[in-house]
Design a binder for this molecule. Structure first.
Ligand code: PBG
Length: 337
């Protein structure tokens, strides 16, 4: 029994609602489900290839047949959504990223194969040129050496059309050019793809957490010391993020994505509060790898840390979450690990 001090009493005992597992569960506000997860897949040419990416433990570049078995495994765990990224042979890269315009390129073939076998898998294709260019930028360069906005959006709309035509459910422009959402929407609609969803990377920051992804798609060494600061956002800004979201929504984005995720939870929340569109988060490569490497060093319990991370995305207001940990998360939810 505590000592009663007459002129002081604790008015609110919030610990009452934390006393055991049952009451904690009853008052839980956010949840993560397998259906919230989007698994990014790196696709590479060839047969039966599973190439681990050294900077992303547990993540592989997969040939199409291997990708099919990962899709199968994920779907059995309740994951229904996949985002495809290509790692193409360097001989196919050029300054204009023209392989992106090949309707029989690696990603188009991957989409067709996956949809043929798993018609209810939800397939998202990235719209940007960086996996296809010799300079590693998301668009084509103008005479000043900077990415040429208007020339790029014309190419991106063509890329989006080719992807839609290969049967993907959604296109996700990750390039941060101005006006691309409206342009892509118009081109898709005028070609009979009015039902193709646009997930706009609305607020995408020039982040240092993308390095491992650039390794995975083979654009890092091509980009070299260059950065993407003339199109991706300054991490210091949030008002600008809301302007970016507003223009993408006005131009017809169905869903807006905030990227990276973890360090930008405030942007997710503000977007959720201000706009009536679903907000997705991208738990990017560096954010994923940090946890994997921290686990290897014995710094933390990966399973607990990844579940906490997912719940925090949900608490901030994200519906879908792109994460390389999707299969790990689904296994944890199902009590398999
Ligand atoms: C490029 C693209 C990037 C990512 C997704 N699409 C990298 C970049 O902008 O350089 C990063 C994803 C990740 O780090 O997991 N269009």
């Amino acid at each position: 029994m505590g000592v009663i001090i007459m002129d002081f009493f604790i008015q609110s005992r919030q610990r009452r609602l934390r006393r055991n597992e049952a009451i904690r569960a009853l008052v839980q506000e956010s949840f993560i489900r397998e259906a919230d997860l989007i698994l990014p897949l790196f696709i590479i040419e060839g047969d039966s290839i599973r190439q681990e990416i050294p900077s992303m433990p547990g993540v592989f570049r997969l040939s199409i047949n291997e990708a099919l078995s990962v899709v199968n495994e994920a779907m059995l765990l309740g994951i229904r959504s996949f985002a495809l990224f290509p790692c193409i042979d360097s001989s196919l890269k050029d300054a204009d990223g023209s392989e992106a315009m090949n309707s029989n390129n690696l990603i188009c073939r991957a989409v067709r194969e996956i949809k043929r076998r798993y018609s209810d898998a939800f397939i998202i294709c990235d719209v940007a040129l960086d996996p296809y260019t010799t300079h590693g930028h998301d668009g084509v360069l103008g005479v000043d050496g900077d990415v040429d906005n208007d020339a790029t959006i014309e190419i991106l709309a063509n890329q989006a059309l080719i992807l839609a035509n290969s049967g993907c459910d959604a296109v996700a422009p990750s390039d941060m050019m101005d006006g691309r959402i409206g342009y892509i929407r118009t081109v898709l609609d005028s070609s009979g793809f009015e039902n193709t969803i646009i997930i706009a990377y609305a607020a995408k920051y020039a982040s240092s957490f993308y390095g491992a992804f650039r390794d995975a798609v083979g654009s890092k060494s091509l980009l070299g010391i260059a950065d993407k600061k003339t199109y991706q956002m300054n991490p210091a800004n949030s008002i600008e993020a809301l302007r970016e979201v507003a223009s993408d929504v006005a131009e017809g984005a169905d869903i807006v994505l905030i990227k990276p995720g973890l360090h930008y939870l405030d942007i997710i929340l503000q977007t959720k509060l201000e706009f009536d569109v679903p907000v997705f988060a991208y738990h990017v490569s560096g954010e994923y790898s940090m946890l994997k490497f921290a686990e290897e060093k014995g710094v933390l319990d990966y399973n607990k840390a990844i579940m906490e991370t997912m719940l925090c995305f949900k608490r901030a207001g994200a519906s879908g979450i792109f994460t390389y940990a999707a299969i790990d998360v689904a296994r944890i939810i199902r009590g398999l690990v």
